[in-house]
Design a protein around this ligand. Structure first.
Ligand SMILES: NC(=O)c1ccc[n+]([C@@H]2O[C@H](COP(=O)([O-])OP(=O)(O)OC[C@H]3O[C@@H](n4cnc5c(N)ncnc54)[C@H](OP(=O)(O)O)[C@@H]3O)[C@@H](O)[C@H]2O)c1
Length: 409
């Protein structure tokens, strides 16, 4: 369930206040860049508290200066000296290492965008939620890895979790059209990625360059590869399950190559309420950034210039990661955690050319089997246990990468 544990009036008051303080976790990334564009356009409404990056100290220092941030944190400790030097004399504090990124999330900002990629985003995102912030959640891996403990701890802290992922943001908006008990199902749309019409034989030979060419969206490398394998949609189903507290059989996927309808909610009377918008992440980010109000986001949608909006069932044979994610969600317990960890390892190996495109699914499936055989698919009782399952699965997946690559070569 998207939490409005924070009463709406508090969020509205924050939005009405002259300035909303914001922290950008993953400021140097694609979502970070779209957020910064909106923040710069609303300089009189937003003040930047902290910005973070993984390794790119130079870009982070530039952003911190440009945005007038109070604190900048780099996760890679080796980047700290360069960051500190680049910020010398600016009055902007610098921090290095994982703990500094968590500190950035803990600093008092009304609103935090969680846009670090992968499970690395979990601890800082949780830190923001645990102090009751409004968390605009882009980092879906965090919910896939530890959805139940994350949502529980965020609710206990009175945090508000707003979905940035365009599909979930669409569902969030459409859910407002009727009572929760009258929701029959939700439908997430998928572009189908660059290989939507490719035969399996061609998909098997896909290169990182081809997989990184997304037809509609400009995104970071990991999520772009996930879109090409359709694991992204699988992760999003798991994300939706946690955000909206819906059983797996009430979450459907339709392939919609135009990426204009982002999500739909079907109600018991047969009404289907959809959210439409251009394929531009500034639309859902703007919705979260100004929530519960609205600000300028992206260019107007020109439906009159569109010949077709089409919808089709996904193909689970050519895109097995979607099937694996559905199975992991139905299996529950630690399976989604293992799925996510193995996928992160396999995508990195594919981008490094140590693995073929179809081997990504093979590594994920084999890691799930190996973890199940090791009795390691139990429900993580808390965040620490989820992280332990994640670590174990990463180790298993790393061992499986060369074995699976050798088999297919
Ligand atoms: N891009 C989209 O359109 C889109 C849409 C929906 C959801 N999402 C989700 O949003 C998240 C971010 O996606 P993105 O496309 O913006 O990714 P991205 O362009 O790769 O950016 C990732 C950000 O995370 C930082 N980072 C990487 N590893 C880190 C680590 N270990 N510790 C701390 N920071 C780290 C990066 O810093 P460096 O630059 O220093 O590496 C960068 O700032 C993902 O979970 C993705 O699934 C993205």
């Amino acid at each position: 369930m998207v939490m409005s544990a924070v009463p709406l009036h508090r969020a509205a008051a924050a939005a009405d206040a002259h300035e909303r303080s914001v922290t950008l976790l993953g400021a140097t990334g694609s979502i970070g860049g779209s957020t910064i564009d909106l923040v710069k356009r609303g300089r009189d409404r937003f003040r930047v508290e902290a910005v973070t990056a993984g390794r790119n100290a130079e870009a982070l220092a530039l952003l911190a200066r440009e945005l007038g941030a109070r604190f900048a944190a780099i996760a890679d400790p080796t980047g700290f000296p360069a960051l500190k030097q680049a910020l010398a004399g600016t009055g902007i504090e610098a921090g290095g290492g994982e703990a500094a990124v968590v500190e950035a999330a803990q600093r008092p900002a009304d609103w935090v965008i969680a846009a670090i990629t992968g499970a690395a985003g979990l601890k800082p995102t949780l830190a923001a939620a645990e102090r009751g912030a409004i968390v605009a959640l882009a980092n879906k891996e965090c919910l896939v890895c530890a959805g139940t403990p994350f949502m529980r701890r965020a609710a206990a802290a009175g945090a508000t979790v707003l979905p940035v992922d365009s599909e979930h943001n669409a569902i969030f908006q459409a859910l407002g059209a009727g009572p929760r008990e009258d929701v029959r199902r939700i439908i997430l749309t998928a572009s189908g990625g660059p290989f939507r019409e490719w035969p399996l034989a061609a998909i098997r030979k896909a290169t990182p360059e081809q997989a990184l060419q997304h037809p509609n969206w400009s995104m970071g490398a990991k999520v772009t590869i996930d879109s090409a394998t359709m694991m992204n949609k699988g992760l999003e189903i798991i994300e939706a399950h946690h955000l909206f507290d819906l059983a797996p059989d009430r979450i459907d996927v339709l392939v919609h190559p135009q990426s204009i309808v982002h999500g739909m909610v079907e109600f018991s009377d047969g009404s289907v309420v959809a959210q439409l918008g251009p394929p531009d992440m500034r639309v859902p980010i703007a919705h979260c950034l100004a929530w519960p109000r609205r600000i300028e986001g992206a260019n107007r949608l020109r439906l009159d210039q569109m010949a077709n909006l089409t919808f089709a069932e996904p193909d689970l044979v050519r895109f097995p990661p979607l099937r694996l994610a559905l199975e992991a969600l139905r299996a529950g317990a630690g399976a989604p955690t293992v799925l996510n960890a193995a996928n992160e390892v396999a995508v990195a190996a594919f981008l490094d050319r140590r693995l073929g495109f179809c081997d990504i699914a093979a590594v994920v499936e084999a890691t799930l089997e190996s973890s199940a055989a090791g009795g390691l698919l139990h429900e993580p009782a808390d965040m620490e246990e989820a992280l332990a399952i994640d670590r174990d699965a990463r180790g298993r997946a790393c061992d499986l990468v060369p074995q699976i690559a050798a088999k297919t070569n």
